[in-house]
Design a protein. Sequence first.
Length: 338
Amino acid sequence: MATLATDTNEDLEGKNAESEDWRNAYKDIPETSYKDIFEAPGSFEEAWNHPDLWQRDRWRKAIAKEFKKMEERQVWKKVSRSSMPKGRRCVKHKWVLEIKRNGVFRARLVAKGFSQVPGVDYTEVFSPVSNDVTFRIMLLCAIRYGWTSLLMDVETAFLLGKLEEEIYMECPEGMESKEDEVLLLLQTIYGLVQSAREFFKYMVKVLKKLGFEQSAADPCLLVCRNEKGTVMISLYVDDCYIVGDKEAVSEFVDQIKATELTVKLEYGLKDYLSCEIAFDQQKTKAWIGQPHMIKKLDKKFGKAVSGLQEYKTPGTPGVGLSRPKEGEPTLAGCREAG
């Protein structure tokens, strides 16, 4: 793993041995509430030296985990700045720190795509994503045929794409490096403008080897039919929605685990792309909504709208609607006259 240039977690334990209570400070709080309670830091420095020892420990582990994944994937190699081609410049980067809805503290090293030079650092960038109609049709099929549903999240997805261009990046905060060293990227990382495109190409290639075919209606919908049944996969960047016959889906899961992909599987369907999905007891109907967004908006703008008057029906306040009297001009009458 990359050597961290800052204090390690062992240092954290040693410095604060006298205050062991911080480890259990939030043991009674559900992990799903972390996102509402804690605020994600805005920089590496804030995360690494967070005043709350419990949160500091979580962020340090998240940062170390990100470095470890990068090293395992052999995403880069260190080179001297003097070895860069004349006129080339390094792509900038930043740490994006986030607390996910399931309570996971995530640190992601992201390239600043706007600092890439068109025609030098990238050419093609377009990458399709599955549309909501495809998702609704798949959901309907799962209900109609009693199919198995599951979500598949590809870990470190954007580290899997192969770079066709030669891209250099400054050594990130937290990495021990010499003053003259920079990173030569060997694979895509989050933030590069071509990352989504390269991962999509990679994922489609993997699925086609497993017998899937792309739909003509939606390139992000792939279908496989065999003697065990049908499997449908919808790709939305690194989030995959899968439905199909139980045996066929089970076979696919075994096949995908045998590839170099590291995936997280979640059976059933409760949350997908920031939408909550609810079923009736017989699982013959489904509802899609975003109630958590209402809470988020209320938290952000609650004070600004608390004093506003409520209306039972949408419309412009003060504007009354009435039937036109006989002989009065109407919009329909104007059209006929025109």
